[in-house]
Ligand binder design. Structure first.
Ligand SMILES: O=C(O)CCC(=O)C(=O)O
Ligand SMILES: [Fe+2]
Length: 331
């Protein structure tokens, strides 16, 4: 089946996007019937699928359609002074005394959100709606949702022994919004509905080049490296970064493997974006095979860091203890 997104539009978009200090290789764009795809998903390699029809019935979910059909429920809308929406975990804010949240979230109706976006003037705050699809959405949206290609995605879930579907996040972003580089602890099929998103991806072995915040920190799982202004003095290994790029247009689905780093940019000048992701629990480890995979080492480091933090019952003592364990002994 032909790709829904025009190849020449994709190459125009690729020519428009920002360049960073690291090289990027393209993520392959394939038909979901290509035999290579099965192997890539099994090996936890990212791939763009052009013809899954995963959200076929949702392809009409323009911001306007959503405003007319989603109902009057309240949705989480983040606002930020800049285009960047650095995630933070509300539950961890109290652990860092001088933490100042880079974004603010507010519950509002979809109509109110869209109205604010349309009225926005230069200098006003940027806005990004990010809300799990739940049972407050109106009947037309429920109808579209139930006709998603559940047969295809459930087959992937089963083949790969993934656990439950935990949530579907609906993301509606203003032209130009950016989710800075981070990793998640779940498998993700990311479906693009409206507009274009550019993913910058790094495999889990790049952990040491991306300097994530401590696990106890509200920015846990987020990189401290700012691609627009990388601080190579504090983060020298950021120079070693080598990434991949995936540009998604309407109808494309990205397989985003667990623990893969990603920065997501709504391509500037291409309008608002609408996307829906599908987060699944990873397969349980059946048998441990050595050498461990980089993603298994990340999981292990997280557990050790959590244990140390809990045992010390004091976030300030974590770094000195870890340094005493390592410096001059393992260095
Ligand atoms: O689309 C975005 O802005 C962020 C999406 C994301 O990080 C995810 O689905 O894991
Ligand atoms: Fe993510």
């Amino acid at each position: 089946m032909a790709s829904a997104v025009n190849k020449s539009v994709l190459s125009d978009v690729a020519a428009e996007v920002k360049k960073y200090h690291f090289p990027l290789e393209d993520v392959p764009r394939l038909s979901c019937n290509d035999p290579v795809v099965e192997q890539m998903i099994r090996n936890e390699e990212p791939v763009i699928l052009t013809d899954t029809n995963l959200v076929a019935a949702g392809m009409q979910w323009s911001p306007q359609y959503l405003a007319e059909n989603i109902g009057n429920g309240l949705y989480t809308v983040y606002s930020s002074k800049t285009q960047k929406f650095l995630y933070y975990d509300d539950k961890k804010v109290a652990r860092v005394p001088d933490f100042s949240p880079p974004t603010v979230h507010e519950d509002m109706t979809f109509q109110n959100f869209l109205c604010k976006v349309n009225k926005r003037k230069e200098g006003d705050r940027w806005m990004y709606l990010q809300q799990s699809l739940n049972d407050t959405v109106g009947p037309p949206i429920v109808r579209d949702f139930t006709t998603f290609n559940w047969a295809w995605i459930s087959e992937q879930q089963q083949k790969n022994k993934w656990g439950a579907l935990t949530s579907n996040l609906l993301l509606v972003g203003m032209d130009g919004v950016i989710t800075p580089v981070h990793y998640d602890e779940q498998q993700n099929f990311f479906a693009q509905i409206c507009g274009f998103k550019r993913f910058i991806l790094f495999d889990p072995s790049m952990f040491g080049c991306l300097y994530p915040y401590p696990v106890y920190h509200p920015h846990d799982r987020q990189s401290q490296v700012d691609f627009d202004n990388p601080d190579f003095v504090r983060f020298p290994r950021a120079k070693e970064l080598r990434g991949r790029q995936a540009i998604l247009g309407p109808g494309d689905v990205l397989y985003l493997p667990v623990y893969w780093w990603h920065q997501v940019e709504s391509v500037p000048g291409r309008g608002m974006t609408v996307s829906v992701n599908f987060w699944y629990k990873s397969a349980p480890t059946e048998k441990i095979v050595y050498p461990l995979k980089p993603q298994q080492k990340v999981a292990m480091m997280r557990n050790i860091e959590k244990m140390i933090t809990d045992a010390l019952n004091s976030t300030e003592e974590v770094a000195p203890l870890m340094q005493a364990m390592v410096l001059g002994r393992y260095t």
